[in-house]
Write a protein of this length. Sequence first.
Length: 418
Amino acid sequence: MGDRGPRRRGNGVRAAATAPGTARHSPGPSRRGAGPEVSLAEARAALAARLRERRDELEAAVATRIYAIDDPREVTDPGYLRGLHAALVATVDYAVTVIEVGERRAPEPPSTLLAQVRLAARNGVALDTVLRRCLAGNALLDDMVVAEAERAEVPRSILRDLLASQATLVDRLLAVVSAEYGQEAAKRPTSAAARRRECVKRLLAGELVDHSELGYDLEAHHLAIVAKGEQGEGTMRELAVRRERNLLAVRREEEPVWACWLGGRNRLAAERATEALAGEFAPGTFIVLGEPGEGLAGWRFSHRQAKAALPVAERSGRAVLRYADVAMLASMLGDDLLATSLRRLYLEPLERARDGGEVARQTLHAYFAAERNVSSTAAALGVDRRTVTNRMRAIEALLGRSLRDSATDLEIALRLDS
C-alpha cells in the first residue's frame, strides 16, 4: 500500500480531500509538494471544526480584548454588561458558522448583536467604541484561523481566498452595525419621563448636562434607593412624604426597577428610612438603600451602593436591605473572578460527596450560624457532637485544607451561593 507517512491528529483537511467527484480548488503545487489537493469547502469545514474545539479559548480572548476598549462596567445600565457578553457569544458562533458555509451563504447577523448595538446607542456608548470592538474581535479570529490553517496544512492560496471573503463579510457587518446604531441614536426622548431618565443616565455616567428639568437639588443631601417590583414607585412616594424629602425617581425602560433619591437640606440616616419601610411587600419586591451622600458626588456614590446591593437582596429574598449590612458581600458578587474562584475552591469540592454535598452544606450553614461552636451546631441539627466532628473531618478531606485556616473564605463562598 506504500508508506503514507505519520497520521496527523485533529481535523486535517488533506485526508478529507480523497473523496471522488469533489470539486477542487486549483492552488498549484501544495506546500509540501505531495498529497491530494484541497477544496475550499473542505478547508472551511476543517477550520470551523478546529475553531469550535477552541471556542472557550476564543471567547475568553475576545472578551479580554473588547472589555479593554472603554471599560463597559462604567455604563450605568446593568443590562448593558450582561448583553455585551451574550452578544459576544452569539457573534463568535456566527463568525465560525460563516467560516464554515462561506460569505455568500452567511446567515443574517445575530439578533443578540443588533440588540446590543441598540443598547449601546441608548446608553451613549460611542459608535467608534462599538466598531473598534467588532474589529478587535475579528482580528483575534483571523489570527486563530491562520494558526489553525497552518496546523491543518491548508494551502496558502485557499487561506488567502478565505480571509478575503471574511474581510468582505466584516465590511458588510460593520455597515449593518453602523446603520442599526444610527437608527437608534436618532431616536430622541420625547416624553418628560424619557428625558428625565436620559438626564439621570448621563449624570451617573459623569457627564455635565443641564439638569434643571429634574426639579431636584443635586447639591443637597441624598439617600439613594433602588426599588424593584410594581410596588416600587408608590412605596418611594410614601417614604418621601413620611420623611419630608424631595423625591427623584426614574424607571428603567424594560423592567419595573426604579432608581430613586430622597433629597433634603439635612442628612437622612439610612436606618431611619429602613425603619419607615417596615411592613409586608408583594413577592418580587425589593427595596435597597445606599448610604447618605452630599452633593453630586454623593448622589452618584449612594446610587452605586444601592445598585450593588440589589443582587444580594434578590439572592437572599430580603425585601428591604441596606448596603452597609452587606457591603462586603455586594462587592464580592460584583467581582466575577473572586466569586468564581471561591466557588471552585470551596463549593465544587463539596459536590464530590455522594449526596452532592447536601449534608456538608447543611452542616456548614448551621456551624457558621452557631458562630462556629460545635455543640451549638449539633443541637441545631439534632445530632450529637461526634457526628458534627466527623462531618467536619469529611469536609476537610474534600477541601484538602483545614477549616481553621479556611473557615472565613468558606463562609463567604456559601453566602455568595445562597
